[in-house]
Design a binder for this molecule. Structure first.
Ligand code: CP
Length: 327
């Protein structure tokens, strides 16, 4: 399999054209079929990727580690608290050194107004592709897996009614990168996207403007509502998920009066009943069960969270195969 995007950084899908994303999806499907058929896929034989994590992860770390092993390569997992970064070593020096040891550098850094800058600083100095495993602004690996999952259930995404809905959670102050990636990506596939959130949980103005532009360019639509019920009504797909009030309030505090005033923003069976009977429930996971969503919904017949999570493996492999080639 030829690395068609050899060396291309994967920091945001905004840097990837529609046909390039389509190629990643096609390769993801091929790799999924080969995985099910237990076929050899050693396209990255003897290649090394470095996985730098500033934060915890289940899906992202394991889809990348298992993924490169299945591709014949090897991942070095790097907890950044044990790297010299924690003593202040720069993104530049880290990227130059790791590039000289391997074939790809992947990093999760979600610190507000730091993470994306850190990835771009590495990209400036790396001779191998930089892969974003989630930053303060983007989660392109999740976006790609979400799109693959949506297409599996709805091969024609034109005017598919997709609602991205804020939900109450107390587990931690979550990044805005999942909903931000989704509002930028889904309108490029002609979907009718609704973003619903209570006052105070805005996404950046530039992202909203870009989502509207993508909708215009690709015959989709994009709208914002502060009415939760309206977002569920007649939806084909609902994605209720918490995100922090980073744009309006940069405090790291998880629970505050604003959050507590929106406890009712939960995905319940009552809300799901407003959507189309065929509606699908999606969530990037981990879900804050009982707060974001009722167990009966996430474990119920409309939920496709496990196929969505599984697709993280196939899409991660596609990104690695297509960007990490022979040096
Ligand atoms: N969805 C996602 O990125 O999961 P992890 O935080 O477990 O990697």
């Amino acid at each position: 399999m030829k690395p068609l995007f050899k060396g291309k950084h994967f920091i945001t899908l905004e840097d990837w054209k529609r046909d390039e994303i389509d190629t990643l999806l096609k390769v993801s499907k091929e790799l999924k079929t080969k995985f099910y058929n237990n076929e050899e896929t050693d396209y990255l034989k003897n290649k090394t990727s470095f996985l730098m994590f500033f934060e915890q992860s289940t899906r992202t770390r394991n889809s990348m580690e298992a993924g490169i092993a299945q591709l014949g390569g090897h991942a070095n997992f790097l907890d950044t608290s044990t790297m010299q970064i924690s003593h202040g070593e720069s993104a530049k020096d880290t990227a130059v050194i790791l590039s000289s040891y391997g074939h790809g550098i992947a990093c999760r850094n979600c610190f507000w107004e730091i993470g994306n800058k850190f990835l771009n600083d590495m990209a400036k100095h790396s001779t191998v592709p930089i892969m974003n495993l989630q930053c303060d602004l983007y989660h392109p690996m999740q976006g790609l897996a979400d799109l693959m999952t949506i297409q599996e259930y709805h091969p024609d995404t034109s005017h598919l009614k997709v609602s991205i809905i804020w939900a109450y959670a107390t587990s931690h102050k979550k990044p805005i990168s999942v909903p931000l990636t989704q509002i930028l990506l889904f309108p490029r596939y002609g979907m009718d996207v609704t973003l619903a959130y209570p006052e105070g949980y805005d996404l950046p103005d530039w992202a909203i403007a870009q989502a509207k532009q993508h909708a215009k360019d690709h015959n989709g639509s994009f709208r914002i509502t502060h009415n939760m019920e309206e977002a569920y009504t007649d939806a084909d797909i609902v994605i209720p998920k918490n995100w922090g009030s980073w744009v309006n309030n940069q405090s790291n505090e998880v629970v505050d009066d604003l959050l507590e005033s929106y406890k009712s923003w939960k995905c319940t069976e009552e809300m799901m009943a407003l959507a189309k009977p065929t509606v699908h429930y999606m969530h990037a996971l981990p879900a804050d069960r009982g707060n974001e969503v009722e167990d009966s919904v996430i474990d119920g017949p409309h939920s496709i969270v496990y196929p969505e999570a599984e697709n993280r493996l196939h899409t991660a492999k596609a990104v690695m195969v297509m960007t990490m080639g022979d040096k």
